[in-house]
Write a protein that binds this ligand. Structure first.
Ligand code: CA
Length: 235
């Protein structure tokens, strides 16, 4: 008797955060700027360990490539707001200005105590002038916090989100994305096991993805994994 091959968990898990955020309408105007009508959410969480990101700072969190709208001119803002920040810490999101007609400049904020800083560290125009690539960085005087949820706001009449790259993976909980890929990834998994995963298994799978549980650490063979609920608590 032969057993089916397990899916390539190592590659699939890393692509499947608990949730994804596609561009949202900024109906609630979280950044207090009526011109920015869209935002993308990203969140990193280390609730149990409280050691995010556990490495020297600053770090780059993600890179957004914006298409500049044909009729756009002048300047347009990239703003930040916090959906959640670490207890006892202030959030300082430094607004950035894209100069559509020229070259955009960036400045690194001065590090303040017990403050989570988010800012644009690089803003460059493509050779053909149609795109602006914006890298968003993070700094804090404490490298062991519970995480950060951050919204990046922009004016969709001036720029639209073309792609998201170089997302910082450690503790990633909500991945910024253009489209929802979760269902597509789950289909890949289900095609390679005996049966369709139950809703409970899918939920467990998502917890595995975020590192809350370890996927079947004791299993040596066959296809148990999440399906057999042989998981161990990590952290
Ligand atoms: Ca707004």
């Amino acid at each position: 008797m032969s057993w089916p091959q397990n899916p390539d968990w190592a590659s699939l898990l890393s692509q499947l955060p608990v949730a994804e955020s596609v561009p949202n309408p900024d109906t609630d105007n979280f950044d207090g700027d009526a011109n920015t009508d869209a935002y993308v959410l990203a969140a990193w969480v280390e609730i149990f360990l409280g050691d995010w990101p556990d490495q020297s700072l600053p770090i780059d969190l993600m890179t957004f490539v914006f298409d500049i709208q044909n009729e756009a001119s002048g300047t347009t803002a990239i703003n930040f707001s916090a959906s959640s920040n670490a207890s006892g810490f202030a959030f300082a999101g430094q607004s950035h200005t894209i100069d559509i007609d020229g070259t955009s400049s960036v400045s690194v904020p001065t590090l303040a105590s017990t403050t989570q800083h988010a800012y644009v560290s690089s803003s460059t125009r493509s050779a053909d002038g149609t795109q602006e690539t914006v890298t968003i960085s993070y700094n804090c005087d404490d490298t062991t916090v519970t995480g950060l949820g951050i919204r990046t706001h922009y004016d969709s009449s001036k720029v639209t989100l073309n792609s998201v790259t170089s997302v910082y993976e450690s503790g990633l909980f909500i991945r910024p994305n253009l489209t929802q890929k979760r269902d597509e990834l789950l289909e890949q998994l289900q095609g390679r096991v005996y049966r369709k995963m139950t809703d409970t298994e899918v939920t467990l799978f998502d917890y595995v993805v975020d590192g809350y549980i370890e996927d079947n650490p004791n299993e040596q063979t066959r296809d148990s994994y999440v399906g057999n609920y042989q998981f161990g608590v990590t952290g």
